[in-house]
Design a protein around this ligand. Structure first.
Ligand code: XIL
Length: 382
């Protein structure tokens, strides 16, 4: 980490809790043994009026060990990929809910709530290929609007009240520029593509909580600021146009600012982050932490240190976030390290497996799990 960044990190109150913990060298290669949980994370969270859960994909659903941990820890499930557009409508007008239905049934059998992710991922990388290649013809705006409306309403109505919270729109804002992302659908519609998705969802689900979900973060620097600002301008515009957005989903893929070899997480700007949250709260939005995990590629190889830093960062982040009583859900993006998307999307330069989640590859709880529990214990009730 550059000296300036380190000073910045140490100066930020949020970062102090992180820096105070876990940077001592410890050469033991073994993970830190953790107590066997006696009280699940959802049980702890719900004492404070918060629900805890995780993202379950088909792989996790098929893994009996993950299902057992889920029953112990979770009161809430979100599908990792099974409710996204490419999965639910793989060709125009051909809907397939089998994978998502299996996970929803598991949640219901175990008295867990579902959250839906996502009716419209407004990013060119994640639309189905048939949408990206679509010939919108001579009236492109109305064709684009009808593709969005049909998709959103068919998925929303398939589940009805069984999924009371939906990420209506995911990641519409470009994280480098703060502008609306360019897609085949945003070209003719502009920001209306977001409005149309929310309005279609509201029409299908009058009682659902509709969320705008994105990965803006508390990292310092120009691009993080542009992303936060772009999201605020989007939300502000939606409110001004009476678009039915109820909550802001804060993905919480933390640690992304760490540079390889920095030994840490990069510079943070807690006060800018709080200004961001305060402004969103001022618009009447509630908050959900929707995809928590911690990227450790900037941390040393040694597992004990890594796990401790990841846990300290998790605790500092959750303490700060749970101080906002608007937060009513916390979800991690997976449960066990080896099944995390971070393994392939944000690998370590040294090739070692990343350790971004509360349970390790042996299905044992890690310090991160205890950090989440401690944050729920310390959180004010809402
Ligand atoms: C990821 C999944 O975990 C991967 O399996 C998939 O290949 C890509 O999407 N932000 C989101 C999630 O909103 O939907 C993403 O999930 C992770 C980043």
């Amino acid at each position: 980490m550059a000296e300036l960044d380190r000073r910045h990190l140490l100066a930020a109150p949020f970062a102090l809790a992180v820096a105070g913990c876990g940077s001592t060298a410890n050469n033991s290669p073994a993970p830190i043994p953790q107590p066997v949980p006696t009280e699940g994370l959802h049980a702890l969270a719900s004492q404070k009026g918060v629900a805890f859960g995780f993202a379950m994909g088909t792989g996790q659903f098929n893994d009996p060990r993950v299902r057992e941990i889920a029953k112990l820890e979770c009161g809430l499930i979100v599908c990792e990929n099974e409710h996204k557009w490419p999965a639910t409508e793989p060709a125009e007008g051909r809907f397939d809910f089998r994978a998502g239905d299996a996970i929803v049934a598991f949640a219901e059998q175990n008295r867990m709530a579902m959250r839906g992710h996502t009716l419209f991922w407004a990013s060119p990388r994640w639309l189905p290929r048939w949408v990206t290649n679509y010939d919108l013809g001579s009236a492109p705006a109305s064709k684009a609007a009808s593709l969005i409306t049909t998709h959103v309403q068919t998925v929303a109505r398939h589940y009805g009240d069984r999924i009371p919270t939906w990420d209506a729109v995911n990641e519409a804002i470009d994280n480098d520029t703060g502008q609306l992302r360019d897609t085949v659908l945003s070209k003719p519609l502009g920001v209306q593509c977001v409005d149309i998705a929310f309005r279609a969802a509201r029409e299908a689900l009058p009682k659902a909580k509709l969320v705008y979900n994105d990965f803006m973060s508390w990292d310092a620097g120009r691009t993080a600021a542009a992303h936060r600002d772009g999201v605020l301008r989007l939300l502000e515009g939606m409110k001004a146009r009476n678009v039915p957005v109820d909550a802001l989903g804060i993905q919480g893929h933390i640690g992304g600012g760490g540079q390889p070899g920095s030994g840490g997480f990069g510079a943070l700007d807690e006060s800018a982050w709080r200004r961001f949250l305060d402004e969103a709260r001022g618009m009447g939005l509630t908050f959900q932490i929707t995809e928590l995990d911690v990227q450790d590629r900037g941390l040393p190889a040694e597992v004990t240190t890594r796990d401790r830093e990841v846990a300290a960062h998790t605790k500092a982040f959750l303490d700060m976030m749970l101080s906002y009583k608007e937060v009513d859900q916390v979800l991690t993006w997976g449960l066990v390290d080896h099944q995390s998307w971070v393994q392939s999307f944000f690998p370590r330069a040294d090739g070692l497996p990343v350790r971004p989640l509360p349970y390790d590859a042996n299905f044992q709880p890690k310090p991160m799990r205890e950090a989440i529990a401690a944050a729920f214990r310390a959180a004010p009730a809402r």
